[in-house]
Ligand binder design. Structure first.
Ligand SMILES: Nc1nc2c(c(=O)[nH]1)N[C@H]1C(S)=C(S)[C@@H](COP(=O)(O)O)O[C@H]1N2
Ligand SMILES: [Mo]
Length: 407
């Protein structure tokens, strides 16, 4: 420790940034609010900011890359829709699990980073030059966008939307703002980052060696906090760790047939009564209609595939049903070229109608599933028939399917 004085008390031996002379000041009564704050705490330095910042930067980079994967799997541009890969089957589970895990870790990292730099947010005078003003503005955008992104992501995984805008579009747009402002920030700070990147700070920017021990403790504490957050949430995706899944909103085992449910049949306005007259309509060059018994009479395929929700939880299950490829071929569609539009019996909702590109339609594991772990689907899991396809976001695994259109 460098000092025995109680923390928080200003250091008398250290010259403060204030230029006021001791004693009563004549200007005091005129502009009392314009006194610069004085921060005497330690570790609010560029080396700490660099050490935390590189982890935060890495977390945001992973979040951005996996976020792009998720976004384009869910909302592909027309030229890409038919070529989205259906393999590996666990692809979306892995990438979205990583997205949520790094996003949660980034909350801890961002808090430590903001703690490390907050005295700089009060620098005096607030603006020294045009360049300085622009630099501060870019930091303001970065902080606001990063806080916004982590907060909206966190609230999305608990399905709470206390805002009037569409989560998906705005979370996606602000991700570009965060990424752009991080790149700008790294460019502006490049000399300082370079000086503090190695084991010892280089050049004239060297900091007191005594602080190194405390800085290491801070980073260890940060690592421990990230470890605890990760361990208590990642079990929602990484099933072997499910016993530690205490904080994630979903537990892999909790739900009918041992599988969580996001939208229940009741919420979707689907009732057992409405299903009495259920038929599967297949539109295409040779349209046809099937009863449930007719569908059950077709060639049955089983597939072990995960449901991987955009909110981060994923559960593998044993699905049984009819290949979408077979249904499409029977309607006159050409496998490998035909895409499909799927419509649910759901009354309203963003996921009532779903489109599936040719690559998924052609995959032998893409099913119109009728069973889950050998049992008929429960109503909440999409009875009588639902889509299950490899490497796709959960939101596109449409439940209560009653119509397929070959496109
Ligand atoms: N028709 C319809 N299907 C849907 C949804 C929906 O809202 N409507 N939600 C989806 C979401 S977000 C997920 S994660 C999966 C969850 O499937 P499960 O409830 O069988 O676990 O169903 C998907 N299928
Ligand atoms: Mo989902």
């Amino acid at each position: 420790m460098t000092s025995s004085r109680p923390s928080g008390e200003p250091a008398p031996e250290r010259p403060t940034t204030s230029s006021r002379a001791p004693g009563p000041s004549p200007s005091r009564s005129v502009l009392p609010a314009l006194r610069p704050p004085v921060f005497t705490g330690r570790l609010h330095d560029a080396r700490t900011a660099t050490a935390v910042g590189r982890w935060l930067g890495a977390a945001f980079a992973v979040c951005f890359a996996t976020g792009l994967v998720s976004h384009y799997l869910q909302h592909p541009p027309a030229w890409l829709a038919d070529d989205l890969p259906a393999r590996p089957v666990w692809g979306y589970r892995g990438s979205q699990g990583l997205h949520i895990a790094t996003g949660l870790a980034a909350i801890v990292l961002l808090l430590v980073k903001l703690w490390a730099v907050y005295p700089r947010l009060f620098v005096w005078p607030p603006v020294r030059s045009v360049r300085h003003a622009l630099e501060r503005l870019s930091v303001a955008v970065l902080v606001a966008a990063a806080v916004f992104e982590l907060l909206t992501g966190l609230l999305n995984i608990v399905e709470w939307y206390p805002w009037p805008f569409s989560f998906i579009q705005v979370h996606f747009a602000v991700a570009w703002v965060v990424t752009g402002s991080i790149l700008l920030h790294v460019a502006v700070k490049a000399p300082e980052i370079a000086a503090h990147w190695g084991r010892r700070s280089a050049g004239t920017l060297a900091l007191p060696a005594e602080d190194a021990v405390d800085r290491r403790s801070l980073l260890l504490g940060m690592g421990a906090a990230v470890g605890v957050v990760t361990l208590t949430t990642v079990g929602q995706t990484v099933t072997p760790l499910k016993a530690f899944d205490l904080l994630a909103p979903r537990h892999p085992d909790h739900g009918p047939q041992g599988l969580p449910v996001n939208r229940t049949a009741a919420a979707a306005g689907v009732s057992a009564g409405a299903l009495a007259a259920w038929r599967l309509q297949v539109a295409g060059p040779r349209p046809y209609t099937l009863t449930l018994d007719g569908l059950r009479a077709m060639e049955h395929t089983r597939a072990r595939l995960p449901i991987a929700c955009v909110e981060g939880w994923a559960v593998q299950a044993d699905w049984g049903g009819v290949r979408v490829r077979d249904l499409v071929e029977r309607a006159g569609g050409v496998p490998g070229r035909a895409a499909v539009r799927v419509t649910s019996l759901e009354v309203s909702g963003a996921y009532r109608v779903m489109e599936m590109g040719a690559e998924y339609v052609d995959d032998p594991l893409t099913l119109l599933a009728l069973t889950l772990d050998g049992q008929p689907l429960s109503l909440d899991h999409g009875f009588p028939a639902r889509i299950i396809a490899p490497n796709r976001p959960g939101v596109l695994q449409t439940k209560w399917v009653h119509r397929l259109e070959v496109l």
